[in-house]
Design a protein around this ligand. Structure first.
Ligand code: ATP
Ligand code: MG
Length: 392
């Protein structure tokens, strides 16, 4: 690389550009999230201008490969490029393009230069920049030919506020909205495939996550809890930090099993989950709850069962997977790298007590009648008082 050239990340915000007057707020959240995600890599400067954000490393120790991996998981970004920045002078631009993109230029047979001049004070217009840079590259790499329609390599030259930027390819961003721009919600997270995907999908819409997990020791092992933590660590690569609440659920499950009809066990248990999650959510400033339910997947996910579950929730319940097939959910879980963790075999609290013949069309009146056998208030407040917390 040209010694006067520096490598930076040039980030293009996507849907954010549509947000009109709120745009400033959204961009500020995105900048904060980027800073948080890049901080472990060492000092770097973040600047924003002209619907782009610039990440400029402050030293050679800053790991650009790792930075790209991290930036690719930050919501609110449409696309980004690794670019080299040089002074806004055509000679320097040509030299930098030839050396910075050397490997790409050697590997390609055809190329094209595209220029964008957002700094209108730059003396050359875009076609002249393309012509001069293209001519220089042809001279340096005589095996190349120009193909304006389908070039193997597209060399981008952008003349912006702080300098001239040269890059070859644009990498896709994670899309969505910056986490925190759409408030906070409590994610009911089991050890399964679905709930981490549900959390990822809501985080993509800008929702900050607060984790809620129901554990039933000794029926569920410490390893089941470890699995939930490992899953949330994967989700946190996209969603930012997650405050996990671990709720002791054994006593409630035992009481339901002892005092309620077996065929209503699951639905009553799920209603307890909702009530506890509502209390935790309200205390944690959450405006909604999130589950990984999908219509018809299991007995507790029929429409009548979901209606009974909803009736116990004091916050709106978001179910982003509601209309997805298992295969579609699995495809997302593979992409976000939670699948292999999810399929580890440790029992979660639902499987331990699952009835042989769960009711698929429960009637709320019957469920309420069955619940009357329990001192729900006391059980819930005992569970809430004994919640353990862990920051992911
Ligand atoms: P998953 O793959 O997420 O475990 P599932 O298909 O196994 O989902 P259920 O076990 O019926 O379905 O759970 C439905 C939803 O209820 C889960 O997606 C999750 O949001 C919530 N849930 C289930 N078990 C727990 C738990 N132990 N702690 C917190 N939430 C849970
Ligand atoms: Mg489950």
């Amino acid at each position: 690389m040209n010694p006067s050239a520096r490598e930076i990340l040039l980030i293009k915000t996507g849907e954010l550009a549509l947000k009109g007057l709120n745009r400033g707020t959204f961009e500020a959240i995105l900048m904060k999230n980027l800073r948080y995600r890049l901080r472990p890599l060492g000092p770097c400067t973040l600047r924003k201008a002209q619907s782009a954000i610039y990440v400029e490393p402050e030293g050679p120790a800053f790991d650009m490969d790792e930075a790209c991996d991290r930036v690719a998981k930050v919501f609110g970004i449409a696309a980004f490029s690794r670019a080299c920045v040089v002074e806004k002078e055509i000679g320097a631009i040509c030299e930098a393009a030839a050396s910075y993109l050397r490997d790409d230029l050697l590997a390609a047979k055809t190329f094209k230069v595209e220029a964008k001049r957002s700094d209108k004070a730059f003396p050359l217009q875009s076609p002249a920049i393309c012509e001069q840079a293209g001519g220089y590259l042809l001279e340096k790499y005589p095996h190349l030919t120009v193909d304006v329609h389908h070039p193997e390599l597209l060399v981008m030259v952008e003349i912006r506020d702080f300098g001239a930027y040269i890059h070859a390819r644009q990498l896709p961003g994670a899309g969505g909205m910056p986490v925190g721009s759409a408030g906070r919600a409590g994610l009911l997270i089991s050890g399964g495939i679905d709930s981490p995907v549900a959390g990822y999908m809501m985080a993509k819409r800008g929702v900050e996550l607060c984790g809620i997990h129901f554990a039933s020791p000794p029926y569920t092992s410490e390893r089941a809890e470890g699995k939930v933590i490992a899953l949330l660590e994967k989700v946190a690569a996209y969603a930012g930090h997650i405050d996990l609440h671990i709720v002791p659920f054994t006593r409630i499950q035992e009481e339901i099993q002892r005092s309620c009809p077996e065929d209503l066990f699951t639905i009553i248990m799920r209603r307890f989950m909702m009530r506890i999650a509502t209390q935790i959510g309200q205390a944690e400033d959450c405006g909604a709850l999130i589950t990984g339910e999908s219509v018809g997947q299991v007995a507790s996910q029929t429409i009548p069962a979901l209606a009974c579950t909803d009736a116990a929730a004091g916050l709106p319940v978001f179910r982003p997977l509601i209309g997805m097939d298992k295969e579609e959910i699995i495809a997302v879980s593979r992409r976000i790298d939670t699948f292999d963790i999810s399929i580890q075999p440790y029992e979660d609290c639902c499987t331990v007590f699952t009835p042989r013949h769960p009711r698929t069309r429960p009637k709320l009146a019957k469920v309420l009648e069955a619940e009357a056998a329990l001192d729900a208030e006391a059980l819930i407040s005992e569970a809430v008082q004994n919640v353990r917390r862990r920051l992911i």
